[in-house]
Design a protein around this ligand. Sequence first.
Ligand code: GLY
Length: 311
Amino acid sequence: MSWGVIATWRMAFEGTALASEVLKAGGSASDAAQELVENVENNPDFRSVGFGGLPNEEGVLEMDAAFMDGDTFKIGAVAGIQDVANPIAVARKLSDEKFNSFRIGAGATKYAEEAGFERKEMLTSEAHEIWAKRVAEVTEKNLNPYDGHDTVGVVSLDSFVSMTAATSSSGLFMKKAGRVGDSPLSGSGFYVDSEIGGASATGLGEDLMKGCLSYEIVRLMGEGLSPQSACDKAVYDFAEKLTKRYGKCGAMSLIAMNNKGEWGVATNVEFPFCAANAENEPAVYIANPGPNKTTLIKKATKEWLDSHGFD
Ligand code: GLY
């Protein structure tokens, strides 16, 4: 029986191992994806997701998350939610709603509170300190304030051939209040169809949403392309088009898995990610853009893991 999980960034490694155990034991793709994302959300060392995430320019931590069930196309999403321990759990619950399934700002936070989700002060003193230092630097040196937009994105497949996609992010560090990236946007930050496969994105939301790349990758897999060919075609063709027509293209990295547990990745920056399936133990891999619209992927060595942080 086939199962698999793929997730963005090295920070997802522990969660990928947990999700693998869920899937190996016959658990659902949805439970596995939620477990993985919550593991990242709960870790204060990860500065771009959940507890310990970096705030907006006003020092307020606003979080985005989404959950999609590839069997039914049910989607739940939140944007700009505050002080809720696990935005992904709220997004999953919202996916059961026929109406009002994507909530923003105060409405999202109110929904979480009324539905009984754990409230928690999510801005840690360390994250506040990093923010205060950045505010001072930006003012003194007239720097571009924006930095960091490393979403945790997941695609999971269970042995019943059900698939899930999920994302969670605190978005761009020093973003304007109310700014939302690609992570909670269907088709941009994530998309999944259990009869085909799923995809998820990380990178500069403002540029990712111009290409709806998660949907495009699933569409290409539906036309018969392998996950790797679909990622390569969607990402590199769009990056080229955006650079030509818009003048520049921000960082974009996409992961994908089909409903056989085969995966693919494409990126225009160095991009670590995690994957596991029935044949391969959870591992960290590193992807880089290769020649002629291809992607070079290798397993992270012990030296690489020792010398790099959690990104
Ligand atoms: N990719 C996450 C964001 O731009 O907010």
